[in-house]
Design a protein around this ligand. Structure first.
Ligand SMILES: Cc1cc2nc3c(=O)[nH]c(=O)nc-3n(C[C@H](O)[C@H](O)[C@H](O)COP(=O)(O)OP(=O)(O)OC[C@H]3O[C@@H](n4cnc5c(N)ncnc54)[C@H](O)[C@@H]3O)c2cc1C
Length: 375
């Protein structure tokens, strides 16, 4: 589906497609085994400057369209979803700086995030909540011009490798977003988490122990943190849905390939069994619908339209579609679909994973339904 993409968008898609297939694919087994993405591969991903695609040149971006970023993430995720996570987390951190930070903070951090010399982290979730800002426990108190930050953040991607983290904490005026350098002696990397999937990504706790933050290192104003969170999550959510589309396409392609190769009494199962054909056709319809929905939201973002409610619908739809397509693809593979020898086993785990992170489907339904009720 080409949706009248510009030549630049098609070139970006092609470049990232080749990069992912040549540079990332050969490492997948090693990463899954060792649960670590090699440092030089992370650097290569950062060097592709995917993060900076839709950002202004002034701050080190490429001034490409937002759609270009979606196409790049879709291609990366088609090959290996976990690798796109680095780009997404750095991009959302950069998006936070671009839209809410002072020029002083942009100069200090945004350029580095967009050119690949700095890695970012975005830390909202805590041991007791990932959905409700009212339950945040991390606190910041004023000390002269500085802030003193204490608390624990959980499930934070890039927690151990980031250079700069945006940390959400409560102050007297509400949730506030702080830019915290990870070299700060009060920034302590806690236990690393192991998950159903994404074994190679860096994820874990951040413990803030009397971290002293300069007064200038606030994004927006004191108390504006929740709005910043919502604004950045729209961007990140749509980008993560490009991951769902890439993943679903990969699941479909593996299923079709298997249905051609696996024979029953000499005939490929994809030609012989109507149930297998049913599965393949259903999967293909969900992939096509997800992709069309993704590109339409991308086009609206490129026009500067507000997609707050639509981003929630997109996450609900593409998240479920990717999981269902991956599940059906396992089914087409039979017992081999459960074997670690086959990529579809990993893709199935990744699909469930991507449905939960960046806001569960229940929260997305709350957002979408509230918007409907206000319309
Ligand atoms: C690998 C990984 C990477 C992550 N990276 C980051 C990161 O970089 N930064 C970050 O801040 N977080 C990160 N997270 C956290 C992730 O975004 C949250 O886990 C997710 O948003 C869900 O939050 P929770 O687990 O605390 O669920 P909870 O908020 O505790 O919810 C538990 C259940 O209750 C439901 N629920 C909660 N509130 C409502 C409601 N109002 N209405 C209906 N149902 C509700 C939820 O849908 C869910 O089913 C990451 C998580 C993982 C697994």
């Amino acid at each position: 589906m080409d949706c009248n993409f510009t030549e630049e968008e098609l070139n970006i898609r092609n470049t990232i497609r080749q990069f992912a297939r040549k540079e990332i694919a050969p490492f997948i087994d090693q990463i899954e085994r060792e649960k670590k993405i090699p440092e030089d591969l992370i650097q290569k991903i950062m060097d592709m400057k995917i993060t900076g695609l839709p950002f202004p040149e002034k701050w080190g971006g490429s001034e490409a369209s937002f759609t270009s970023l979606l196409l790049a993430i879709e291609e990366m995720s088609y090959v290996y979803l976990p690798c796109m996570f680095y780009a997404v987390v750095s991009a959302m951190t950069a998006y936070g700086f671009l839209n809410y930070a002072s020029d002083y903070l942009k100069e200090k951090y945004l350029k580095g995030l967009l050119t690949g010399s700095l890695k970012g982290a975005w830390a909202f979730t805590e041991p007791e909540t990932g959905s409700d800002p009212k339950q945040l426990k991390a606190k910041a108190v004023k000390d002269g011009n500085d802030w003193i930050l204490n608390g624990t953040k959980r499930f934070i991607t890039n927690s151990g490798i980031a250079d700069i983290a945006v940390i959400f904490a409560l102050t007297e005026k509400g949730v506030t977003a702080f830019a915290v350098e990870t070299q700060n002696p009060g920034y302590i990397v806690g236990k690393r988490e192991e998950f159903l999937a994404f074994g190679g990504t860096d994820n874990g706790d951040i413990i803030l122990e009397d971290a002293r933050i300069e007064g200038e290192n606030i994004l927006g104003e004191e108390g504006q943190g929740f709005n910043i969170l919502l604004g950045v999550e729209v961007f990140a959510k749509v980008v993560s849905c490009a991951g769902n589309v890439g993943l679903a396409q990969a699941a479909l392609d593996y299923a079709v390939q298997y249905a051609k190769e696996k024979t029953h009494r000499g005939v490929p199962i994809g030609l012989k069994f109507q149930m297998t054909q049913w599965n393949l056709a259903t999967m293909a319809s969900k992939v096509a619908a997800s992709r069309a929905f993704l590109y339409s939201v991308g086009a609206k973002m490129d026009k500067g339209e507000n997609v707050f409610a639509e981003s929630a619908l997109l996450k609900i739809f593409t998240g479920a579609a990717a999981r269902e397509v991956a599940s059906d693809a396992v089914q087409v593979h039979g017992a081999y679909g459960l074997s670690k020898e086959y990529a579809i086993e990993r893709i199935y785990r990744e699909s469930k994973f991507n449905e939960v992170v960046l806001g569960t489907s229940e929260i997305q339904r709350v957002v979408a339904a509230n918007a409907l009720m206000k319309s």
